[in-house]
Design a protein around this ligand. Structure first.
Ligand code: SF4
Ligand code: SF4
Length: 76
């Protein structure tokens, strides 16, 4: 079972769409993608420009320690 549940509730809680890495490129918005800690890495080829996962309720609730799930892949 994945560490973070891939649910609509978590999708709505995810703050990726407010982070500088996500907003710097049009691709994630066009694909309506986020919740990378559950869904895995992006195919958008994002470059690290700051990660705000630490300020996200999903990060807290699932006791995550990592960041940049959009680039590094889902939380394990
Ligand atoms: S921890 Fe990061 S990737 Fe996971 S839901 Fe929160 S902001 Fe999105
Ligand atoms: S995983 Fe982190 S860096 Fe990637 S889009 Fe979400 S908040 Fe931004």
């Amino acid at each position: 079972m994945p560490k973070v549940p891939d649910t609509q509730e978590n999708f709505e809680k995810c703050v990726c769409d407010r982070c500088p890495t996500w907003t710097a490129a049009p691709c994630p918005k066009e694909k309506t993608e986020k919740l990378y800690c559950a869904k895995g890495m992006t195919a958008c080829g994002l470059k690290e420009k700051g990660c705000i996962c630490g300020a996200c309720p999903v990060h807290d609730e699932n006791h995550l320690t990592g960041m940049y799930f959009c680039i590094k892949g889902a939380a394990k």
